[in-house]
Design a binder for this molecule. Structure first.
Ligand code: ZN
Length: 343
């Protein structure tokens, strides 16, 4: 009897062993799709001082708009900077407050930056917010205008794995070429594991300050278009070879007056845009402006505030990466990605 039981037990153990073996050999192919799950990543390209009118598909007789190859690959919406006129969120259309808004998802009533004074944002930026949600995420911040990394967003730099400041450029490279090459080099590296990359380009703004809506502005835009092309190429390579899906976003921090300069409340200074390479994922807030906000006496200014604020950028990126904004984040604007359209 005992012998029979032992025999039976041995039989069961043998069968189980076979089963386990079979299980592990079957689990091999199953593991493949899991490993190939698409990883979502974001590249945010900040274009300092780039006017929406230069890249929209309307031919403006006042502007000598160059023919562009890569900007037209993006789907664009007009957007606004400078907060809501005549409210506590109103801020000047200057780089410091605007980039702080773009990278914290808040206006000056929350981030506290009022000028280009290098002041540290009073609220967490996107790097620190994403880190809080998932400490395993990795970030890069490549900024031609160093003040973003050294001042306004400096508290966030603790969470940034790869940081490049324009101030460290070698003499032989222009600042935009320097930071663009750094991003391309980073993303060409097969080992690169950055999940969110911010790149700030500054030379268009420099041209605007030089001469406003001028030939140099158009030429600098063309040179930037070529850089965007090189960036899209490296992104496309990664999407093909790494099972990665990249949301590439474009945004500007302000426009320029006709003769050059910004900081004021005119529509050409407060107009911005948000561009995306994945329009199918965007919601109605991206495609349909809301009614004008009657916050000033100027009809055009009120109409502009019906478009998304640049404060939409952070919640949109968080939503795409799988960390949707929560009410305690206190963002004034919803994400422009599917799912948040009803907010
Ligand atoms: Zn600027």
């Amino acid at each position: 009897m005992l012998r029979t039981i032992i025999k039976q037990l041995a039989m069961i153990a043998w069968t189980l062993g076979l089963l386990i073996q079979a299980q592990s050999s079957f689990s091999q192919p199953d593991a493949q799709p899991t490993a190939q799950l698409m990883v979502k990543k974001v590249l945010l390209i900040g274009l300092d001082g780039l006017m929406y009118s230069y890249i929209d598909d309307v031919d403006d007789p006042e502007l000598d708009e160059p023919t562009l190859t890569h900007f037209p690959k993006f789907t664009l919406t007009k957007a606004f900077v400078g907060g809501y006129l005549n409210t506590a969120s109103h801020q000047i259309s200057s780089s410091g407050p605007s980039w702080t808004s773009i990278l914290t998802g808040t206006w000056t009533d929350q981030h506290g930056v009022v000028s280009n004074n290098g002041a540290h944002a009073a609220v967490p930026g996107i790097f620190s917010r994403l880190h809080t949600r998932n400490p395993a995420l990795n970030f890069g911040s490549f900024s031609a205008w160093s003040d973003i990394n050294t001042g306004h967003l400096v508290k966030d730099m603790a969470f940034v794995k790869r940081r490049v400041d324009g101030a460290s450029r070698p003499e032989e490279l222009s600042v935009d070429e320097f930071v663009t090459r750094a991003v391309i080099e980073e993303l060409s590296d097969q080992e690169s594991d950055l999940d969110f990359v911010f790149l700030h380009l500054d030379e268009i703004d420099g041209a605007g300050h030089d001469c406003g809506w001028c030939t140099l502005y158009g030429e600098t835009l063309s040179a930037t278009d070529a850089r965007i092309g090189r960036l899209l190429e490296v992104i496309s390579d990664r999407e093909q070879s790494h099972s990665e899906q990249w949301l590439v976003m474009l945004v500007a921090d302000h426009g320029h007056r006709k003769g050059g300069g910004h900081g004021g409340d005119s529509v050409v200074e407060r107009a911005s845009f948000i561009g995306v390479n994945k329009p199918a994922q965007m919601n109605n807030l991206f495609f349909e402006p809301r009614p004008a906000l009657e916050l000033s006496d100027d009809e055009a200014s009120n109409g502009l505030m019906g478009y998304p604020g640049v404060t939409s950028v952070v919640p949109t990126i968080m939503e795409y990466l799988g960390y949707p904004a929560r009410s305690e984040d206190g963002f004034p604007a919803p994400a422009l990605l599917s799912g948040s359209g009803s907010l």
